[in-house]
Design a binder for this molecule. Structure first.
Ligand SMILES: CC(C)(COP(=O)(O)OP(=O)(O)OC[C@H]1O[C@@H](n2cnc3c(N)ncnc32)[C@H](O)[C@@H]1OP(=O)(O)O)[C@@H](O)C(=O)NCCC(=O)NCCS
Length: 404
């Protein structure tokens, strides 16, 4: 008989190991990495299935804060560590754990849950929709020629201790402009972002960090790894994160990344969709890009969620939101005046009928409502769909800079 429940503090270590087995890799015995896991994983939101004393399924939730368009944040249940062991698959264990997770998130007043999906077919049925996209870029260094970088901007290596001081305030200064990004607490920086265990390197070097400086002030950073590809030094610079407070700084950091001797290719696995360097590339056909879904969102409380973001246009639309799990659906009047929304439940005739997952897709402005309607994923008159599309559209696409 399989028992599914929230774990006790003494079970976190077994839970940790079971995640490794569920994803098909060996659990680490690195003490630092295990301690870091314990530092960021709340026991009270971790669910497991037990059978004959073994953990056979896992399901975690981080307490995160998601940046909405306009820069405000909402509490988000960060759905993670979803595994069901091969011996126990396809008998409803994921479904049961998901119900516990989403019910708990609602009790804890998290209006949204979010995740990165290992496979795109798993989460739509539970009301998640892909809200942000990224692109994997791979380019020969010579394609980024551009003008010489601004001599007022200099680039300097950082030790880990220096990075711990320099990176967080820079990140926080840019974060409100990036819908889809997460607030990073000191604990998150220490035990997630700058952790860098060997198993995360995938054949590349340890993570290195450089800082861009102007007038003695830090103005950007690059986190990267170097991966030698063959014995003749045709290596690859792998960008982990590039953050710049303006475009001159961005160019200076790209100049650095494309001028590491012996490393003639640059790869950035999760670049923002609107990365301007692509437009500046000299031989842009040599740049390879692959667009991929990044952050998925599952609305759990629609009114506070829609009210938390800002809007570039005013307008009113009545949404009929369907939720197969009976958690967040209903009919809502979204009225935007002066860029701020108020949302009330209503019995008025709906203008647009939409599922909760498709609404998740629209929340950060990552997909056009008109395109969703053309794909048959929402219904409404052309005028109503256009109104909704204009309301939720954002000037820049959302970007989720980190996997969790
Ligand atoms: C994905 C996984 C968690 C599913 O667990 P599970 O307990 O077998 O799922 P359930 O039995 O509750 O299935 C629920 C529904 O989802 C479907 N489903 C489950 N996994 C699926 C998959 N990988 N692709 C497509 N559909 C899937 C089931 O067919 C079922 O559909 P139904 O309700 O129409 O019958 C499990 O296969 C696993 O651990 N995979 C490896 C790790 C992984 O990919 N984790 C996800 C991390 S983001």
């Amino acid at each position: 008989m399989t028992e599914i429940r929230f774990i006790e503090p003494g079970e976190l270590s077994d839970y940790h190991d079971a995640i490794g087995h569920g994803f098909g890799h060996d659990p680490t015995d690195d003490e630092d990495q295990r301690a870091a896991f314990e530092a960021v994983n709340p026991v009270e939101t971790s669910i497991a299935a037990f059978d004959r004393g073994h953990v056979v399924a896992t399901f975690g939730s981080y307490d995160l804060d998601l940046t909405m368009p306009g820069g405000t944040t909402v509490p988000m249940a960060g759905t993670t560590h979803v595994t069901v062991h091969p011996t126990h698959r396809r008998r409803g264990i994921l479904t049961e754990m998901m119900r516990l997770h989403l019910d708990q998130a609602r009790e804890r007043e998290q209006p949204v849950a979010g995740l990165w999906a290992s496979e795109e077919r798993i989460y739509g049925r539970f009301g998640y929709g892909p809200a942000a996209y990224g692109q994997e870029l791979s380019l020969p260094a010579y394609t980024v020629t551009g003008a010489a970088p601004d001599p007022a901007i200099t680039v300097h290596p950082l030790t880990r201790a220096e990075a711990t001081k320099v990176l967080p305030p820079l990140y926080e200064s840019r974060r409100p402009d990036v819908a889809g990004s997460l607030v990073r607490t000191d604990t998150w920086w220490e035990h997630r972002i700058l952790l860098d265990p060997t198993s995360w390197r995938r054949g590349a070097s340890a993570e290195r960090q450089v800082m861009a400086e102007r007038d003695g002030q830090p103005v950007g950073y690059l986190r990267f790894r170097l991966r030698p590809l063959d014995s003749w030094g045709e290596g690859e610079t792998r960008v982990v994160e590039l953050l710049a407070i303006d475009d001159d700084v961005r160019r200076a950091l790209w100049h650095f990344a494309t001028n590491v001797d012996l490393y003639r290719n640059v790869r950035w696995w999760n670049a923002p969709l609107d990365e301007p360097t692509l437009l500046e590339a000299d031989r842009f056909r040599r740049v390879e890009c692959r667009v991929m879904d990044s952050l998925w969102l599952r609305p759990l409380d629609i009114a506070p969620l829609l009210e938390a973001r800002t809007y570039d246009r005013d307008g009113t639309v009545v949404l009929d939101v369907a939720d197969r799990l009976g958690m967040a659906g209903g009919r809502f009047r979204l009225e935007v005046v002066g860029g701020s929304a108020s949302v009330e439940t209503t019995t008025d005739e709906p203008d647009v009928e939409i599922s909760v997952g498709e609404l998740g897709r629209l929340l950060l402005g990552g997909t056009s409502a008109v395109t969703l309607a053309r794909a048959g994923l929402l219904a409404g008159s052309a005028a109503a769909v256009a109104t909704l599309g204009d309301l939720v559209a954002t000037r820049t696409p959302p970007h989720a800079p980190e996997v969790f």
